[in-house]
Design a protein around this ligand. Structure first.
Ligand SMILES: [Zn+2]
Length: 275
């Protein structure tokens, strides 16, 4: 149910015109974002942010890659009291995407009319523990900027960050960032009950031994948990059940086309429909 009129000034993002349909399938920009980040060809991580306001895609970032210094005045590279793992990960791609998205929201006109905010962070590898914390801090910050996105009826926030990641080999989480002794000091990806397995229209890891169209998704909401995964308690269990297709709108409760169960095509495991 889109709002009648869009009060936002898109002119400040001239390269990203608003979509024509309020319910443009989330999967299309998401799949395109996957294609974009997967084709960056960097040894590290690539990420793209898709910003939805009142269920409309209003902005998307350029692809950001890991390894670049954070911008001046970065809010999410590090913070007072942050530990060494945060400092080690301050050049992660997520830092750039979060700083960029924060600026988009902070400068957005008509903020008082935002009833629903979502950012999809489409990224080539699982979110490390420190970026999980960054993402949680981000949604907590956004709740302060967008108080109108709290339902007066239910008291629930309609603010969400979705980590949408390809973690390879179809496991939602893996150990990472080993120290000098080779012991992992962080974990990539999530494995709690909020973590979902889905299948993308994009070809992920095309041509690799892990060729797959599966990705994982885990949302952050204001005041929620960051989803930290202790590398010592990692499980190698895939998420049970069939992955869902990703062709639904950002707000699932209002989607006109509910997600359909995914059925793998005959003969080829892991390939996506319509490819
Ligand atoms: Zn990270």
């Amino acid at each position: 149910m889109p709002d009648q009129q869009d009060p936002y000034q898109y002119s400040q993002y001239p390269q990203y015109p608003p979509p024509q349909q309020p319910y443009a399938a989330a999967s299309a920009p998401r799949a395109m974002a996957f294609n974009t980040v997967a084709s960056q060809g960097v040894p590290g991580t690539a990420i793209k942010a898709l910003v939805y306001v009142n269920n409309q895609l209003v902005a998307q970032s350029q692809p950001f890659t890991s390894g670049a210094d954070p911008v001046q005045g970065s809010r999410y590279s590090t913070w007072h009291g942050a530990g060494s793992e945060v400092r080690k990960s301050k050049r992660d791609a997520e830092v750039h995407a979060l700083d960029w998205t924060y600026d988009v929201v902070a400068n957005m006109q008509g903020k008082q009319n935002v009833k629903n905010f979502q950012v999809d962070l489409v990224v080539t590898s699982g979110t490390c523990n420190e970026c999980k914390e960054r993402q949680q801090r981000f949604v907590n910050d956004i709740a302060r900027i967008l108080p109108s996105a709290k339902s007066s009826r239910t008291g629930q926030w309609r603010i969400k960050l979705q980590a949408i990641y390809d973690n390879n080999r179809d496991y939602p989480a893996s150990a990472g960032r080993p120290n000098a002794q080779g012991i992992p000091t962080s974990s990539y990806g999530y494995q709690d009950g909020r973590t979902e397995r889905r299948v993308s229209a994009a070809a992920l890891d095309a041509g690799t031994p892990y060729d797959s169209s599966q990705y994982f998704s885990r949302s952050h909401v204001p005041g929620g948990s960051a989803g930290y995964v202790d590398p010592r308690s990692l499980t190698r269990d895939p998420i049970p059940g069939e992955p869902r297709t990703d062709r639904y709108s950002p707000n699932q409760s209002r989607t006109p086309t509910p997600p359909k169960p995914y059925s793998p095509p005959k003969g080829r495991r892991g390939s996506s429909p319509g490819r």
